[in-house]
Design a protein around this ligand. Sequence first.
Ligand SMILES: [Zn+2]
Length: 223
Amino acid sequence: MKIACLQFNPIQENTYVVWDDTAQCAVIDAGNSNERENAALRNFFEEHGLRPAVAVNTHGHFDHTLGVEWLRTTYGIPFALSGKDRFLLENASVSGQIFGVKIGAMPAAPDIDLDTVPEIHFGDTALQVIATPGHTPGHVSLYEPQSKSLFTGDTLFRESIGRTDLPGGDYSWIMRSILEKILPLGDEVRIYPGHGPESTIGHETIYNPFVVEVLGGEVNCKN
Ligand SMILES: [Zn+2]
């Protein structure tokens, strides 16, 4: 699987385009927010001969969904998100105001509820859906086992974690998600976060203070 990262919108969100030899692609967390960014994404598809098959999201925060409705209507593709994050689509314009970001059209609901499917397919590739709640109630991470690539959204960043003080966030949940769902995938797994640079799970077990703390049993995350 090939992976490209395009950074979009004032929140500097990482939008990932992933594809395989079939030239079908998935767009993970489409954050393109204006004509210029839409054109950058369209040009990327055209330069690489890619056909979008699905828009899939780790979670429903507006900085990760700004480009979804454009993808749905331009390419006629479905949008996949956990139904538990649907309320965030409804809240997007209010959240955008708080962050000073103008919010365009948003889908009313996901076409595919990630709570009901184990994998999302495009071309010959399957992305496993791993529930990692905490940053939001419906946050998922997406894992492609052959390339050992994990899209962690705003759960796990290089040497940090996502905030849990926004509506629906929960600190003990995010730490349990990291401990029980992400770290067991193995040190060599490469992580692609929703903001900032990539990393590996092995790097995070040494240099991420939140991961070090939870591995040391210093976080009560079992409640
Ligand atoms: Zn977020």
